[in-house]
Design a protein around this ligand. Structure first.
Ligand code: DGL
Length: 262
């Protein structure tokens, strides 16, 4: 069981930002990543559709014999993880916008959250904000078009720059000092965002926290791989293989990328 892979899925290539953190923190673990690019973006879909897609991905990963599942998608976590946990026996790890550290550390008491419509309108997000962000102003902005741009491989395009500028402007005007990236695709926009934001604004994403949580869950469930060999990493996409390869370019992890219909 311990040798079985950690299964990870996202609506597309963005969740590889989480996969990198997990593979980096747990070098002896095997991983299988599913990029559900064919059905991206999830953020525009109904709760029922997001749940059906999350079930489809989970069943594929279970068929591939995964020992735990990381839902590397905020939209799927906030809309479906509760039901996934009720339905399947394997442990699930989810990802949520990291409002808590931003709310604890903000000095201006203004925090920006950039996420998909599906995440920002979810019950779980409302609950987390109510819990941690009572005395601060949260400026929520839907990142319409950003996931599409990343899935198209046009991160550096003028259109992406224009979209991001329009989303960030209201946050800067409100004097935020923390920007929470509430979508696992968005860490790939950090280089562009850094050019737009002053040093006063700290950008937070949830990748490291999810990797730490994955390790903790493996330890608790005695599922940590005892092998001293470097883990094997297989990444599958039902979209364009070259987009997945491009986004991984420059990573020093060893991995294989495959096309798969799922
Ligand atoms: N990576 C997904 C997330 O974290 C993107 C959602 C989408 O496909 O709209 O929310």
């Amino acid at each position: 069981m311990q040798q079985q892979a950690i299964g990870i899925f996202d609506s597309g290539v963005g969740g590889t930002s989480i996969w990198k953190e997990i593979a980096g923190l747990l070098p002896n673990e095997n991983t299988i990543y599913l990029a559900d690019s064919k059905y991206a973006p999830y953020g525009k879909r109904s709760r029922e559709e997001i749940l059906a897609l999350s079930i489809k991905n989970t069943e594929k990963l279970l068929e591939m014999d995964c020992k735990i599942i990381v839902v590397a998608c905020n939209t799927a976590t906030t809309n479906a993880i509760k039901i996934l946990r009720e339905r399947y026996k394997v442990p699930f790890i989810g990802i949520e916008p990291a409002i808590k550290p931003a709310a604890i550390n903000t000095k201006t008491k203004k925090v920006g959250v950039l996420a998909t419509k599906g995440t920002l309108s979810s019950e779980l997000f409302a609950k987390t904000s109510d819990l941690y962000a009572q005395n601060i102003e949260v400026i929520e902005v839907i990142g319409t078009g950003l996931v599409e741009g990343i899935e198209d491989g046009t991160i550096d395009s003028p259109e992406m720059y224009r979209l991001l500028t329009s989303y960030i402007r209201p946050m800067i005007e409100k004097d935020i000092d923390y920007l929470v990236l509430g979508c696992s695709h968005y860490p790939y926009l950090i280089p562009v965002l850094q050019k737009m934001l002053s040093d006063r604004v700290t950008i937070i994403d949830s990748g490291e926290a999810v990797a730490r949580q994955t390790k903790a869950v493996l330890v608790t469930n005695r599922l940590l791989n005892p092998s001293s060999e470097t883990g094997n990493h297989q990444l599958y996409t039902n979209g364009d293989v070259s987009i997945l390869k491009d986004i991984l370019y420059g990573s020093n992890l060893k991995y294989s990328v495959y096309a798969l219909d799922f």
